[in-house]
Write a protein that binds this ligand. Structure first.
Ligand code: ADP
Length: 464
């Protein structure tokens, strides 16, 4: 390019030497900005020589100590140095801005990913893949001192540290650093206490970004932990509330049979002689009401155990037909006034705890008998549905109002039907639902007021 300019001005366009000097200066500035100092310096010297030789015709002055030549060289060199410095600075600032933008995008992406997860175990599992995704790292490992837990994403072969080395690094590393092999090591802290370490392989991020990642991770872990503590607190408050509700309810329910027993016993103890029929009636009251008390207490205990998952269930292959037949014998006394229709085709065995499912069936059949008028039939059927067996107990009773359909599964809830003379604890359906859910099934209801109700539950097929 230099030769070109010199040739053009020397051979064809004859302008004064100042214009030539300015054009050459522009060339040096252009080279300094474009290709940096080295090219600009070499061109400056060549331009000085060419300018003096062709345009000032003072070649001999180059050799001797002519101040004009030195001035030329000085001007070209100054333009080269200043031009290259300036352009380098602009280039560097541009690159810095781009890098900062990319790092900001990394942090933004990471914070979005981490805020999506609120549950602590899934957050811990999500951190490494999220960092790997947003930083495009080869591998990421989150190490927590508590329990020496490691969460790895990507190829772990680049992270050869053993537990002892990791622990030591997590406890002693004062600030984030990047090793020569492009491994970023970021200490994680709770306040000033070390919490763990984050290793990111194959990235080149600034210390500020690494520090921000560390802060982001610590904040998200703290947040998930706080949320969990809150939920646990609320759950324990809720279970406390339920417990006191249960105690209130039981106390209330216990009072009725106790009052009856007390009254019957007091009458029996009176000095006034009673005839045989009266004595028998009072003793029957005591007998029946004690049974009721007994049932209330055992149901309350059972519900409490199901609530706290203290119940031990043994899941084995069970035939629905056998379970239904067993339940029917348990509630035979209530079925005198009802015709029971069975529709139980040959079905695969279900995976169930036979005693508990019999209890559910007994409860549903008893309810069907209790809440439907004498003479109406009760239909028990079963079918295979989506890999489960669905069992239904249908009656032609009073039905349940839509507004009450979900409430009747609540413990102690008894629908407010005026004709409801049969006593109950209001716990049968709550217990049944808890049992079915423990079997990974669903207990549901379809009912229409005045038409009847169908209670259905599903159980998984026994897979051997
Ligand atoms: P309990 O029968 O001891 O009252 P449950 O939990 O078994 O308690 O039932 C809750 C309420 O649901 C009952 O009080 C009753 O009002 C209503 N219910 C249950 N089964 C039926 C049914 N087959 N038909 C109509 N109402 C029913």
């Amino acid at each position: 390019m230099l030769t070109g300019i010199v040739a053009v001005f020397h051979l064809w366009v004859h302008l004064n030497s100042t214009t030539v000097a300015l054009t050459l200066l522009l060339l040096v500035l252009f080279l300094a900005a474009r290709w940096g100092l080295r090219y600009a310096l070499a061109t400056s010297i060549a331009a000085t020589v060419a300018y003096n030789y062709y345009f000032l015709r003072k070649l001999e002055r180059i050799a001797i100590n002519d101040p004009q030549v030195w001035l030329n060289i000085f001007a070209f060199l100054t333009v080269a140095v200043v031009g290259s410095r300036l352009s380098e600075r602009v280039r560097k600032e541009g690159a810095d801005a781009r890098r900062r933008q990319a790092e900001l995008e990394v942090l933004y992406g990471l914070s979005r990913q981490l805020l999506q997860t609120e549950n602590l175990p899934s957050l811990l599992n999500a951190i490494s893949p999220a960092i790997m995704l947003v930083t495009r790292a080869d591998a990421v490992m989150l190490y927590l001192l508590e329990g020496d837990r490691r969460y790895l994403a990507g190829d772990g072969s680049g992270i050869p540290l053993d537990d002892i080395a990791l622990r030591q690094l997590a406890e002693t590393l004062p600030a984030p650093e990047t090793t020569v092999s492009n491994q970023a090591r970021i200490p994680l802290r709770v306040g000033v206490r070390p919490r763990g370490l984050l290793l990111i392989n194959g990235v080149n991020l600034s210390v500020e970004t690494l520090e921000a990642i560390s802060g982001l991770i610590s904040a998200s872990i703290d947040r998930a932990q706080a949320l969990e503590d809150l939920t646990r607190g609320e759950a324990s408050k809720e279970s406390e509330r339920l417990r006191s509700l249960m105690i209130d309810s039981i106390t209330h329910e216990l009072r009725t049979p106790l009052t009856a027993i007390k009254a019957a016993a007091s009458t029996l103890l009176l000095p006034k002689p009673l005839d045989e029929a009266e004595r028998r009636e009072l003793l029957t009251v005591i007998n029946e009401e004690s049974d009721r008390l007994n049932q209330l207490v055992s149901e309350a205990v059972e519900m409490a155990q199901l609530d706290t998952q203290e119940v031990h269930m043994t899941f084995a292959a069970a035939s629905i037909r056998t379970l239904v037949e067993k339940a029917l014998t348990y509630c035979s006394s209530l079925l005198d006034d009802h015709e029971v229709k069975l529709d139980l085709p040959d079905l695969p065995p279900v995976k169930a705890d036979a005693d508990y499912i019999t209890k559910v069936l007994t409860n549903l059949i008893e309810n069907a008998a209790k809440y439907s008028p004498a003479g109406t039939p009760i239909r028990i059927s079963a079918e295979r549905k989506d890999g489960m067996v669905s069992v239904s107990v249908a009656d032609r009773g009073m039905g349940i109002d839509l507004s009450e359909q979900s409430l009747i599964f609540e413990r102690f809830y008894r629908a407010n039907v005026p004709s409801q003379q049969s006593w109950g604890t209001g716990m049968g359906l709550a217990i049944s639902r808890a049992i079915i859910e423990a079997h990974h099934g669903v207990l549901s209801l379809t009912s229409q007021l005045g038409e009847g109700s169908v209670f259905s539950f599903t159980l998984p097929v026994f897979e051997g």
